[in-house]
Design a protein around this ligand. Structure first.
Ligand code: NAD
Length: 434
C-alpha cells in the first residue's frame, strides 16, 4: 500500500487489514486519488461513507414466530446528487461489504457523469429460505425502518443480488403509504428497477448486461478481439450473467462454460444462453442442464476462452484462481470480483481487466433513466433507452481510455481517476460547508 493511502488510514484510525473488502476497495480508490492529485482533505472525506445506517427489525414468519433481521443502508457520498445504489438480500451481507459497494457506486456514477451519488443497502438473509409472503413482510418492514433515510430526492435504492422488480414494487408501495400526502402519488421514484407496469423503465432488466456488451463493442477491437467471434465463460447466471450471455449470443459470441452456486457446466461446442436462462429460472441454478457436461470447479476456471466474465459475487477471483485462468481478457460483470492480489497476478500474466465500474454501469445508467422518466411523467421507447445507454457507455469508455493514456496506468485505475477528477472538480466548485 502506498504512503499516502497509509496516511489516510492511520489518520482515520482505520484497521487496514489487507483481506477486508472495504480496505481493498477504498485502498484502490485512494491510490487513484493520489495519482490525480486529489487534495488530502477530499481523500479523507471519500475514505469513509457519510452515513452508515444499521437497523434491526422483527418480522412475523408464516408459522407465527417472530424473526429479527439486520438491515443496512450505507450512503457513501452525495456531492454529485442523491445517493443511488442497490439493495441486496444475501446471507453474507455485512457492513464492510455494503460500504465497499456504496463507495463503488460513487465512482460509477461519477465516471458516467450521472447526477447521482453512491449508496448501497442490504439485509442479512437467505431469500430462498423465505416464502413470498415472508419476503414481502420483511421488505415492507425494512423499508419502514429506513424511514426518511430514503426518498426520491435523497436516496434511491434499486435491485441487486437476491432482490428484483417485485421487491422494488413492495418498497415503493410501502414508502408511498408511510409518507406524507405529497409523496403518496409521486413517491414511486423512491426506487428504480420497478416493474414496467408500475413506473419501471423498458430495458432496465437487461441494462447491466446490455451496457457490458456495449463496452465490449468499444474496447475489444483494441485488444485484438472481435466480439462476434469470441468464446467466453461466465461466473453467475443471474441478472447480469444471463443477460450478458443472451445479448452476446445475438452478436455471435460462444458461451462455453458457466459456474454458479449450484455447480459448473461446460460445452466447448457452445451453450445456448436463452435455453440456459429458462432452465435456471425454473430450477434455480445451472446444475443438471442437459446440453452441457458437469465439470469440476478447477475445469471451469481453467477452460480456454477469450473472455472470462465473473458476474456473481465479490472477492471470488483470488490469486490462486487468477493463476489458473486461461483467458485473454477478464471482464468484470460483478462488483469487486477480483481481489487486489489477484489483480496483480493477472497484470503479471499480461491479462487485461475491464473494470466493473465501467462494465456494469449500464444498470445504474438505466436506473437514472427510469428516475428521470418518473419525474417527467414520461415513458421512453426501448430503442431510445438503448440509444441513450450506448451513448453513456461509449463516453465512459472514452474517458477511461483517455485517462489510461494520460496516467500510464491500468484500466481500473484509469476509471477511478476519471471519476475522481470529476468528484474533485465538483467539490472545488461547491466548497465545504459552512
Ligand atoms: P443475481 O442474484 O441475479 O445473480 C447472482 C448469481 O450469482 C446467481 O447466478 C448465483 O448462482 C451466483 N452465485 C451466488 N453465489 C455464488 C457462489 N458462491 N459461487 C458461484 N456463483 C454464485 O445477481 P445480479 O443482479 O446478477 O448481480 C451479480 C453481480 O453484479 C453483483 O456483484 C451485483 O452487485 C452486480 N451488479 C448487478 C447489477 C444489476 O443490475 N442487477 C448492476 C450492477 C452490478
Amino acid at each position: 500500500m502506498n504512503q499516502q493511502v497509509n496516511r489516510v488510514f492511520s489518520e482515520l484510525e482505520m484497521d487496514a487489514k489487507p483481506d477486508n473488502i472495504y480496505i481493498q476497495t477504498i485502498g484502490e480508490v485512494l491510490r487513484a486519488a493520489d495519482l490525480v492529485g486529489l487534495p488530502h482533505r477530499l481523500q479523507l472525506i471519500l475514505a469513509q461513507p457519510k452515513n452508515e445506517i444499521m437497523v434491526h427489525f422483527p418480522v412475523q414468519m408464516d408459522n407465527g414466530e417472530f424473526q429479527l433481521f439486520k438491515g443496512y443502508r450505507v450512503q457513501h457520498n452525495n456531492v454529485l446528487g442523491p445517493y443511488k445504489g442497490g439493495i441486496r438480500y444475501h446471507q453474507e451481507v455485512s457492513l464492510d461489504h455494503v460500504k465497499s459497494l456504496a463507495a463503488l457506486m460513487t465512482i460509477k456514477c461519477a465516471l458516467n457523469r450521472l447526477p447521482l451519488g453512491g449508496g448501497k443497502g442490504g439485509v442479512k438473509v437467505k431469500p430462498s429460505a423465505l416464502s413470498q409472503m415472508e419476503l414481502m413482510r420483511m421488505t415492507r418492514r425494512f423499508t419502514s425502518a429506513l424511514g426518511e433515510n430514503i426518498g426520491p430526492d435523497y436516496d434511491i435504492p434499486a435491485p441487486d443480488v437476491g432482490t428484483n422488480a417485485q421487491t422494488m414494487a413492495w418498497m415503493a408501495d410501502t414508502y408511498m403509504n408511510v409518507s406524507g400526502p405529497s409523496l403518496r402519488q409521486g413517491g414511486a421514484s423512491v426506487v428504480t428497477g420497478k416493474p414496467v407496469e408500475f413506473g419501471g423503465s423498458l430495458g432496465r432488466d437487461k441494462a447491466t448486461g446490455q451496457g457490458l456488451v456495449f463496452i465490449l463493442d468499444e474496447l475489444l477491437g483494441e485488444l485484438g478481439l472481435d466480439v462476434g467471434k469470441v468464446t467466453y465463460s461466465v461466473v453467475g447466471f443471474g441478472n447480469v450473467g444471463s443477460w450478458t450471455a443472451r445479448l452476446l449470443a445475438q452478436r455471435g459470441a460462444k458461451l462455453v462454460a458457466v459456474l454458479d452456486h449450484t455447480g459448473s457446466i461446460r460445452n466447448d461446442r457452445g451453450i445456448d444462453a436463452g435455453e440456459l436462462a429458462s432452465y435456471v429460472e425454473s430450477k434455480g441454478g445451472v446444475a443438471g442442464f442437459a446440453h452441457a457436461e458437469a465439470v469440476s470447479t478447477q475445469d471451469f476456471y481453467s477452460a480456454k476462452v477469450d473472455l472470462f466474465i465473473p458476474a456473481a459475487l465479490e472477492q471470488m477471483i483470488l490469486p490462486e484462481i487468477a493463476a489458473q485462468l486461461n483467458c485473454k481478457v477478464l471482464v468484470e460483470g460483478a462488483n469487486a470480483p477480483v481481489t487486489p492480489a489477484a489483480d496483480q497476478v493477472l497484470a503479471d500474466r499480461g491479462i487485461p481487466v475491464l473494470p466493473a465500474v465501467l462494465c456494469n454501469s449500464g444498470g445504474v445508467t438505466v436506473s437514472y433513466f427510469e428516475w428521470k422518466q418518473n419525474r417527467q411523467a414520461e415513458t421512453w421507447p426501448l430503442a431510445e433507452v438503448d440509444t441513450r445507454l450506448r451513448q453513456t457507455m461509449q463516453s465512459a469508455a472514452e474517458r477511461v481510455k483517455a485517462s489510461a493514456k494520460r496516467f500510464g496506468c491500468d484500466l481500473r485505475t484509469a476509471a477511478y481517476c476519471a471519476a475522481l477528477e470529476h468528484v474533485g472538480t465538483v467539490y472545488q466548485l461547491r466548497g465545504i460547508f459552512p
